[in-house]
Design a protein around this ligand. Structure first.
Ligand code: AP5
Ligand code: MG
Length: 191
């Protein structure tokens, strides 16, 4: 079983690299951002509740997202070589909840891959994507807020996984193919 967390700031390439990893290693991709945007597009009760957080660049409350994610892990952990978590855990409380859940399922995280990208490059990528993505959070003011939230609430998750020896950082600058090569080497060394 290969259970990977892909972490990094907004725009670091988590989604882009997850697509490539899923294909190469036959994993299930669980992106909490994608799940929430789907709910918003469907205008479900949950979608309406989370919209104001996402459009302000804030995190959705832990209890809400933990419930959603845990349900999906239970449903999807079977019939694949493992899972790749993209955008979760995003707070230490989420990491603690995830660890409890995985223990119950007799599973564990293999590695957290932290994709490191310079701040100017992150902003450039997201502004560019904003021209076509239709994402309500891809505008400069909201991007800055998302970066603040990342440094304050999400970076401490790295410490959590450093303590268990599962943290690896990857240079996320360069072409998509170069970065995927670096990530593949890391994954292969963990199998
Ligand atoms: P989420 O959807 O997770 O967004 P994010 O973390 O802000 O990251 P992005 O999806 O914007 O970027 P990415 O790292 O996936 O990069 P991508 O591959 O797209 O979360 C959105 C919101 O949902 C949160 O703000 C929060 O409100 C809520 N939420 C989600 N999870 C939550 C949780 N667990 N708890 C609470 N709230 C939660 O790449 C970005 C762009 O760059 C693309 O256009 C891509 O084509 C391009 N690109 C990629 N790689 C390269 C490269 N090497 N060179 C040039 N361009 C590149
Ligand atoms: Mg993404």
């Amino acid at each position: 079983m290969l259970n990977i967390i892909i972490s990094g700031a907004p725009g670091s390439g988590k989604g882009t690299q997850s697509d490539l990893i899923v294909e190469k290693y036959t994993l299930k991709h669980l992106s909490t951002g994608d799940l929430l945007r789907k709910e918003m597009a469907e205008k479900s009760e949950l979608g309406q509740m989370v919209e104001s957080y996402i459009s302000r660049g804030e995190l959705v409350p832990d209890n809400m997202i933990i419930d959603i994610l845990l349900k999906h892990i239970e449903n999807q952990a079977e019939d694949s070589n493992g899972i790749i978590l993209d955008g979760f855990p995003r707070t230490v409380a989420q990491a603690e909840a995830l660890e409890i859940m995985l223990k119950k399922l007799d599973k564990e995280i293999s590695v957290l891959i932290d994709v490191k990208v310079d701040e100017n490059e992150l902003i450039k990528r997201l502004i560019m994507r904003g021209q076509t993505s239709g994402r309500c959070d891809d505008k400069l003011e909201t991007i800055k807020k998302r970066l603040d939230v990342y440094h304050t609430l999400t970076e401490p998750v790295n410490e959590f996984y450093k303590n268990s020896g599962k943290y690896i950082s990857i240079d996320g600058m360069g072409t998509i193919a170069e970065i995927f090569d670096r990530i593949s080497q890391t994954i292969d060394s963990k199998r």
